[in-house]
Each structure stands twice: as structure tokens, then as C-alpha cells.
Design a protein. Structure first.
Length: 691
């Protein structure tokens, strides 16, 4: 298929008609290859590229309606300046020059006192390497602003992979189709990893057994042969009990353990403490389910585990992920291309982040680092020797912290400070944008260049602009170029075009001409990358024992760590609450797309019939969900999707769409995981009552 819209370094160039190759920018493992049909300069349809194996011509419901988002009537198309109290959402239009001149002037004043008082806040509103952290990172490095620890989604699991396998690496997703046992651990694949589910279905049709491990009876769990509905935060106990059974029944690959692992004897001793009976009690599942899982994993070959990030959002999340990703080394599952584990493949991509982000622009300075997951506390901290200067300015892009950060009551209080200067680059007037001093209109994926990695497959994808920017929208890169110029930053790197940045991202590690021609380019990775060891650890082995963690004073072996807020029927807050994403939203993205919000209808709390009956709660009634951190009102959905003792607050709704202007993050805490400094969204206890 040939594009009739030519390649250009000018992002405003696309006009005319044709089909343009692109990539989905959203925070999903699938990173689909897109085809956008354009007629007279207007995008009329977005579909999956059938030539891309991982996409297979299929898109999720959300992205298939991407044109609705790009041309949404509420889209911000001009720079806006606050014209009322913070949080009131009242703004007036201004010119780009007026907005950028004032922003630069105010940042200069703050930077003259201490540039660390300025904080960037961004995450995965786009997963693109160019519109994410390229010119923006260069800008804040040159400025000497505070650094942001970007932990809010996957840091605990990512650190677990690094400590155990040496990086964010795993088996190739397409070979799950050849597995005879597929364990889906902590993932609602149908909702959040659709293209993996298609591969799992291939395996199922070929006779594979599918097991889902999840506290919630998800759409995925319903379609697997077996569902192990464990309590939140108990995954490590289950994984260790599986190890116990592999050992006592000798379902082990002794040669693989000898040649390609480190710390096996210590790991063996620990696992033998975790009998199925002990794990069953901790996990709240029948002991036979524990034994059956271990028997299946030990005897059905090849066996593959697809683990996702939901299970690491608890105190012991990093330990749990370490235990789970250790399992394939016990059975030698890595020997088979259809065996092993996949949590993230992003570490396999040879991205030259230093060339994109230019940390050398710090010029020897070492600014403080602020964790994005504790933004509620950090915006309220005064200046101190330990903390450094009070945060005086926040520049938000690719994120919506007022909706997505934990303990949002504090986040709101922080952003409501009259003395905090806030700039938000956005498509829509989100909860965070309501607190901005300036809102700057950003381009969507259909309007700019970008290049991507993936964390669910191993293909590089290129995004070409299909249409000219709508209204006065600018790419993130251009906004930071123009701010850099106003700040007096004369380094030539701020003049790099978006197309140049796309080429810079992988250097000579990827054939860029192939990317331009095809829209995607597979990485050259062996089908079974760890069949003979060769893990990217210091030892080259799967490290059950992490010397680095031990040097930091932590346990070098994975273990079960109870939640910060453990169970108990006599507690003031007797119900555990998890907050998985609603099927038709992606974090807080798409919440304002009318057709998708109409499907979800309204914020809900799933509650088991036993817990509902004990509280006099009827299906469809309004409930108050609360703890010491706050309260949240929503509709009750009495359903077996929630197990007894656990409620599911589906998110992440914008606060302004909640019945009383809050969302589920009013209840979550700012405590952090065992490793990775990540938030513990699913380590949360509440009480529920009829409202």
C-alpha cells in the first residue's frame, strides 16, 4: 500500500487524501500499527494495519474511535489563561506569543532563585519517544529543574525484572500461540492487552490450558479454563508455593538450574517453607487450587506466563514479580520458544535515550528527584534542608495527576495553591487543567511525528502525521523548543526537528528507511532468547538472589510481604479495594469521549453479594466508599466479579464526572512499594455503606 501523502519534516505539511501509516501512542503493551484514511486533509478512519503481525488489522474499541477524540468538540485549540480561581475551570484565550512570553518570564524568575523549584510532571499520555521525553527532557536538564521519578505505573515490576532477569526482557509474544499451558497472571487481557488475548485464543484452540490468576473475576478470567481468585497482595505466596511443589515433586530442570541460575540453594530453602497449605491460607484460595497450578506448571510443556502490572501495585509488589518471573528457570521453560515469561519487552529495544534526552546538559549539576507518586505530599511541603526548595512551578504534559495520582485529596490541595505556577499541555480540559495558569493545546497522534518501542512485542513502530495540526495545536516538542528560545537556551540540540529525533532514537540500530516504508520494523532477537542462559544480568544468569538488593540492606531473595493494610474482619475498614481500569478507558484517557463514556455509563464499585447484603446495599444504589484518607460516592454493582471481602472500584474516571467531584484515588495512599518506589494503589482498605 502506497501513501499518497508525502514524507515531510514539516509536521504541518500533510494535506490531500490517502492512507498514512502510524502507531498507537497509548499505554498498552500492544503498540498497534495504525492506518489512517485521510480525505481532503481530514482523518475519516483509523484502523489496524493488517500487515503488522502483532496488530493483525484489529484495534481496541478505544483507539478505533480515535478520530472522535481528535475532532472532539471540547478539544482545546487555542492557548488559554486562567480567568478565575484555581480549580474553577474558567479561562480566556490568548495568543501563543503572549502565553509563551509570560511562561518563560515567570520560569526565569523562579530559576534565578533555584531552578529546582520547577518540576516537570509527565508520564505515558503518549508512549512516543519523541513527544514524550526528548526536547522536553533537554529543556529541563538545561534549566536544572528537579528531576521526576516516573514510577506511577510499572516501577516495582520493572525493577523486579532488572534484579532477576537483568532487564525488561522476556519471551516473544507470538509464541504463546504454541504453548500448551498459558498462565495469565494479574492481567485482564481482553481489556488491556487485546492482541495477546488473540494469541492466547490460538493456543486454546490448539488444546492449551488457560489459567487466570486475579482477585477480580474479569472478562478474561471468565474465558479461561480455571480462575484462581486470590486476595490482593498475595501473589508472591502463591508463586513460592508453586516452587515448593516443583521441588518436592522434582518437576525441575536440574541442568538449567545448575548452569543458568544464581542463588538456587538459598531460593530452594526459602520455597520449601511455603507449603500449599500455608499459601492457600494467605491467598484465600482452596489448597487444591495451589497444588493443581503447580502440577500443571510442572508437567505441561511448554508452559508460558503472561504477567502484567496489576499485581505489583501493593507493598510487596516487587518481591511478587521477582518470584513469578523466577518460575521458568526452575522448569527450564526458557528452553522452548513457547516457554518462559513476559511482563515487559521494552528493555529489548536499543533506544539511545541519552541522545534523545541529553542529560549532559545538566553540566555536572545533580538536581533533587521528586517521586511522581508522592506529588500530593510534595506540593504541600515547605522549603527545608532535607527537601530543598518549595515547589513553585509545575509543567504538566502527557499526564493528568489530579485524577491519576494517589490520595487525590492532597493532590488537589497542592495544585490549588495560589502561589503555585502551573502550565498544562493538553488536548482537553482535564481535572489537572482546571488548576492550570496556562493550558497549551497539544497535537494528537494523528498530527505529529513520533517513534515507539513496545512492552508487549518486539517491533519498532513509526508514526507519521496524517493531518495538519487542528486549530493552533502544537507538538510537545515545538512548545519546548519555543520556550527554550525564550529562556535563552542557544544549544543547537533545541533545533532538532521531530523527524531528526525519530532518526536519533535508535541511531543505526534500526533500518529507518524500512520504518518509513513499512511503518514498523521487527528487532532481530532469537526466538528463544534465554534457551542457553545469556540473561542481561551481571552474571549472565537468572538471579534468584540479587547481590545489589542485599547491598542496599534488602532481602536478596524474593519473599511474600504482607500488605501495608492487611485483612481482618474486625477492622474499621474491613474490605480490601483494588481499582482496575474500566474496560473502555485507559487510565484517564478517553473518559471524555462520549461514545466510550456512554458504554461505561457511570463510576461503579463492584461488590460481592455477601458484602452487599451485610450492608443493606442493593444493586444500582449509591454507596459511600471511605477510609481515613477520604470518601468517594458511586453506584454499587452487586456481582461475583468481586470476591467476598474485596471490592473493585473501576477507574480512572475524571473527578469532574464523579457524583460528588471525586474519584477512586481519593482513597488510595502515597505509600511506596518494596522496590521500585512505586505506588500501592491496590493495597487499600475501605468501608462501604449505603448513601
Amino acid at each position: 500500500m502506497q501513501d499518497t501523502i508525502g514524507i515531510s519534516t514539516d509536521v504541518s505539511a500533510p494535506t490531500g487524501s490517502g492512507v498514512v501509516r502510524g502507531a498507537c501512542p497509548h499505554d498498552c503493551p500492544d503498540t498497534c500499527a495504525l492506518l489512517t484514511t485521510v480525505s481532503d486533509g481530514v482523518a475519516i478512519k483509523v484502523q489496524g494495519n493488517p500487515e503488522h503481525r502483532a496488530t493483525g488489522g484489529v484495534l481496541c474499541t478505544k483507539v478505533s474511535r480515535y478520530t472522535e477524540r481528535t475532532y472532539h468538540r471540547d478539544r482545546i485549540l487555542r492557548p488559554l489563561r486562567r480567568a478565575g480561581p484555581k480549580g474553577a475551570g474558567r479561562f480566556e484565550p490568548v495568543s501563543w506569543d503572549e502565553a509563551l512570553d509570560d511562561i518563560a518570564a515567570r520560569l526565569k524568575i523562579i530559576a534565578a532563585r533555584d531552578p529546582q523549584a520547577i518540576l516537570p510532571y509527565s508520564y505515558a499520555g503518549t508512549m512516543g519517544l519523541v513527544q514524550g521525553e526528548s526536547i522536553s527532557a533537554r529543556f529541563f536538564h538545561k534549566l536544572g529543574a528537579s528531576l521526576l521519578d516516573r514510577t506511577i505505573c510499572s516501577a516495582a515490576g520493572g525493577e523486579a525484572l532488572v534484579q532477576t532477569l537483568g532487564g525488561k526482557v522476556g519471551m516473544k509474544v507470538q509464541f504463546f500461540a504454541e504453548s500448551k499451558l498459558v498462565v495469565i497472571w494479574g492481567s485482564n487481557s481482553i481489556a488491556s492487552n487485546l492482541h495477546f488475548w488473540r494469541v492466547a485464543q490460538e493456543a486454546k484452540r490448539a488444546g492449551a490450558k488457560l489459567i487466570c490468576i486475579d482477585p477480580r473475576r474479569t472478562e478474561t478470567a471468565e474465558k479461561c479454563h480455571e480462575h484462581i481468585q486470590l486476595l490482593p497482595g498475595t501473589d508472591a505466596a502463591l508463586a513460592l508455593a508453586v516452587m515448593h511443589e516443583l521441588i518436592v515433586n522434582d518437576w525441575l530442570d536440574h541442568e538449567y538450574l545448575r548452569d543458568h541460575t544464581l542463588g538456587w540453594e538459598a531460593m530452594r530453602e526459602r520455597a520449601l517453607r511455603w507449603t500449599p497449605e500455608r499459601a492457600a491460607q494467605v491467598c484465600g484460595v482452596p489448597v487444591e487450587q495451589v497444588r493443581s497450578l503447580a502440577r500443571d506448571y510442572g508437567t505441561i510443556k511448554p508452559a508460558a506466563i503472561r504477567v502484567n502490572y496489576g499485581m505489583q501495585r501493593v507493598r510487596g509488589g516487587g518481591n511478587a514479580a521477582r518470584a513469578i518471573v523466577s518460575l521458568p528457570a526452575l522448569t527450564g521453560a526458557w528452553r522452548h520458544r513457547a516457554g518462559g515469561v513476559l511482563l515487559s519487552s521494552s528493555g529489548m529495544f536499543p533506544v539511545d535515550r541519552a541522545a534523545l534526552q541529553r542529560p549532559d546538559l545538566l553540566a555536572g549539576r545533580t538536581p533533587r528527584t521528586i517521586n511522581m507518586s508522592t506529588i500530593g505530599d510534595d506540593l504541600l511541603r515547605p522549603s527545608s534542608t532535607a527537601f530543598g526548595p518549595k515547589v513553585e512551578a509545575v509543567v504538566v504534559y502527557n499526564s493528568n495527576p489530579v485524577a491519576v495520582a494517589p490520595q487525590s485529596g492532597k493532590v488537589v490541595a497542592g495544585f490549588a495553591r495560589e502561589d503555585l505556577f502551573t502550565v498544562v499541555l493538553e488536548h482537553f480540559q482535564t481535572d489537572t487543567a482546571d488548576y492550570a495558569d496556562y493550558i497549551l493545546p497539544a497535537t494528537t497522534q494523528l498530527e505529529h511525528w513520533d517513534i515507539h518501542l513496545a512492552y508487549g512485542h518486539t517491533d519498532v513502530t513509526l508514526n507519521r502525521p496524517a493531518i495538519a495540526p487542528v486549530g493552533e495545536a502544537k507538538p510537545n516538542t515545538q512548545v519546548f523548543r519555543e520556550l527554550a528560545r525564550r529562556m535563552g537556551f542557544e544549544d543547537p540540540c533545541f533545533e532538532d526537528s521531530d523527524l531528526q529525533l525519530c532518526r536519533t532514537a535508535y541511531g543505526d540500530k534500526v533500518d529507518f528507511d524500512e520504518l518509513v516504508q513499512e511503518g514498523f520494523s521487527p528487532l532481530a532477537i532469537p526466538d528463544a532468547p534465554f534457551a542457553n542462559g545469556g540473561f542481561p544480568t551481571a552474571s549472565g544468569k537468572c538471579e534468584f538472589f540479587s547481590e545489589r538488593l542485599a547491598r542496599e540492606g534488602l532481602d536478596g531473595l524474593p519473599d511474600h510481604l504482607p500488605n501495608y493494610e492487611p485483612g481482618g474482619t474486625s477492622e474499621v475498614y474491613p474490605l480490601a479495594m483494588i481499582s482496575p481500569p474500566a474496560r473502555n478507558f485507559l487510565n484517564s484517557t478517553f473518559v471524555n469521549v462520549t461514545s466510550l463514556r456512554d458504554i461505561e455509563r457511570e463510576p461503579v464499585l463492584e461488590i460481592n453479594v455477601q458484602d452487599a447484603a451485610a450492608r443493606g446495599i442493593a444493586d444500582g444504589s449509591v454507596v459511600r466508599v471511605f477510609n481515613d484518607r477520604g470518601e468517594y460516592f458511586c453506584k454499587a454493582q452487586v456481582t461475583d466479579r468481586a470476591r467476598p471481602g474485596v471490592v473493585n472500584g473501576l477507574g480512572v474516571w475524571w473527578r469532574k464526572f464523579g457524583p460528588r467531584g471525586t474519584n477512586v484515588n481519593e482513597l488510595t495512599s502515597q505509600r511506596l512499594t518494596d522496590i521500585g518506589r512505586a505506588p500501592v494503589f491496590y493495597d487499600c482498605r475501605v468501608q462501604v455503606q449505603a448513601a
